[in-house]
Design a protein around this ligand. Structure first.
Ligand code: XBP
Ligand code: MG
Length: 221
């Protein structure tokens, strides 16, 4: 059939969240803030999609003094994004098991692929250029990132934008996601969801998903 495969990035294509967390912490050090996000607090904060929104949520959670301004948050996030790119260039981050096989299989059967993510667009390039090549974007019929839409996941906006670019109904596609926010976003856009369990959302329940896999290599077992 003519449907497309719509892919989330963070947690789905690669386990990037520890690198995001490190980049946030480096940005806090650079700004001389005495903030540090450990794994436990980051797990809570991941309920808030989007880096700038996550910084604001943390500020509101712990706030004693005046709130951090929008400009300061934008600056923190700019530094975080630079650090993320530097960390990716330095250490790299492999695709999760089964991801390359899934992409190759879709290409083999002529199925279109798209990306629907709430991360910053340059972060997709930092992840995918080293593992798929500089021209990775040509593999995808649509790439929609956080700043392309008004509302981040769990709002359906990124999915609705992908579907409109592909000119396809949601029900003919499949989304691959690792989080409850992603599941909700895709479901609200009418796209059935396959979950691949990731580090931070490993033990979450994913009611309404088509299937929940430990990783995508199970599709090829
Ligand atoms: C990813 C996110 C992003 C990243 C950080 O969610 O929520 O905010 O954690 O990236 P999903 P930015 O996998 O559902 O797309 O700092 O660029 O937002
Ligand atoms: Mg994700």
């Amino acid at each position: 059939d003519a449907g497309a495969l719509i892919l989330d990035v963070d947690g789905t294509l690669a386990e990037t969240e520890e690198i995001h967390r490190e980049a946030f912490n480096e940005a806090f050090v650079e700004a001389k803030l005495d903030w540090h996000w450990g794994r436990r607090v980051y797990k809570e904060l991941l309920r808030v999609a989007g880096g700038k929104e996550r910084i604001r949520a943390f500020d509101q959670m712990r706030r004693t003094g005046p709130p951090v301004s929008d400009a300061a948050i934008a600056r923190l996030h700019r530094v975080k994004t630079e650090r993320f790119a530097a960390l990716m260039a330095d250490k790299g981050c492999p695709l999760r098991p089964g991801v390359k096989a899934l992409l190759d299989a879709a290409i083999g059967r002529g199925q279109r692929m798209a990306i629907a993510t709430t991360t910053t667009r340059v972060n997709i390039d930092a992840l995918l250029a080293p593992v798929l090549g500089q021209d990775w974007e040509t593999m995808f019929a649509a790439v929609v990132a956080a700043d392309d839409v008004a509302r981040k996941k769990p709002a359906p906006d990124v999915y609705i934008e992908v579907l409109s670019q592909l000119d396809l109904p949601g029900a003919s596609c499949i989304a691959i996601e690792d989080s409850g926010n992603g599941l909700m976003a895709a479901t609200r856009a009418g796209v059935p969801v396959l979950i691949t369990r990731s580090l931070y959302f490993h033990d979450d329940s994913f009611d309404g998903a088509l299937a929940v896999l430990d990783d995508l290599s199970e599709l090829f077992a």
